[in-house]
Design a protein around this ligand. Structure first.
Ligand SMILES: N[C@@H](CCC(=O)N[C@@H](CS)C(=O)NCC(=O)O)C(=O)O
Length: 291
């Protein structure tokens, strides 16, 4: 290994310049709103403010699954928060998501409109509200929660660690890429071994644990995340690939992946979702054809 860029940290770090890399212009060392921006509100009980990143897709898939399972109370309006443009620092969004990260939602069906932020908290909130996609049996529930929280604790190594240094950093550095590649491959192996034993992550049934893990570790095997499938030899995790494909074919997953998506094929982009008919009528290919 070649030691490059000898850097001596100062006694006290100061924010003097952008760090470089893909999200350099929006990164700041302080929290809170940078500008006034009210959030729009639609007619449904649940208002979602998000973007179709892996963390965003977890929630739109859950809402589409709930609706597909007949939970009409899960009807929702979904609005885009463009994190590349800094919408996450608008005052209305910071009020419901003090960490300035998508996804966040507000449930207006309760006597007091209730905000929920953090994708894992949102999945659990919705699962409990509707009594769906998590077992009531204490042992099965514990297994589901263990994998749900495994994802929440593991994904920062995949996204903030591996993805950042492999795909977004301003130049390639061997040390962090090695460190995080090792960890991500270990995580894939954990998941692969689990999925050799069971059909879904928490057992025989599809749960919020699958919804949390799939957009990260499942999609990783396809190359659609960080274009890293070959580098990680992701096709060797055969049980993860099998599980990815089974879940990818679910109608609710096909729909959920389109919501709040602002890049990729136009027919897969549904910027705002207010009604199930939007999937037929309001994807970007349709909107741009009449514009
Ligand atoms: N732990 C959070 C992470 C959410 C997160 O990292 N969201 C990213 C997009 S995937 C974001 O909003 N980034 C904007 C920013 O960092 O300013 C969750 O699971 O909800």
């Amino acid at each position: 290994m070649v030691a490059t860029g000898a850097y001596e940290p100062p006694k006290i770090w100061k924010w003097e310049k952008e760090s470089g890399g893909r999200f350099a212009s929006i990164n700041r060392p302080v929290s809170g709103a940078t500008h006034e921006m009210e959030l729009p509100r639609g007619r449904h009980p649940i208002q979602l403010y998000s973007l179709a990143t892996p963390n965003g897709v977890k929630v739109t898939v859950m809402l589409e699954e709930l609706l597909a399972a007949g939970h009409t109370g899960a009807e929702y309006d979904a609005y885009v928060i463009r994190i590349g443009k800094g919408d996450q620092f608008g005052s209305g969004f910071v009020d419901i998501s003090p960490n300035s990260k998508i996804p966040a939602l507000v449930d207006h069906s309760l006597p007091k409109p209730t905000r929920v932020f953090e994708s894992g908290a949102i999945l659990l909130y919705l699962a409990e509200k509707f009594g769906a996609f998590i077992s009531e049996d204490p042992s099965e529930r514990a297994e589901c929660l263990s994998w749900l929280f495994w994802q929440m604790g593991s994904a920062p190594y995949l996204g903030g660690g591996f993805g950042h240094f492999y795909a977004y950093a301003p130049y390639k550095m061997e040390y962090p890429i090695d460190r995080y590649t090792m960890e991500v491959k270990r995580q894939l192996d954990v998941l692969d071994k689990r999925l050799a034993e069971t059909r879904y992550v928490a057992g025989d049934t599809y749960t919020v644990a699958d919804m949390a893990i799939w957009p990260w570790y499942g999609v990783l095997t396809t190359g659609r995340l960080y274009d890293a499938a070959e580098f990680l030899a992701a096709n060797e995790y055969l049980n993860v690939v099998r599980w990815y494909e089974e879940i990818a074919a679910r109608d609710a997953v096909v729909r959920g992946r389109k919501v709040n998506r602002v890049s990729g094929p136009l027919e897969d982009q549904l910027h705002e979702r207010h009604d199930v008919s939007d999937f037929q009528l309001r994807t970007q290919d349709k909107l741009e054809a009449v514009a």
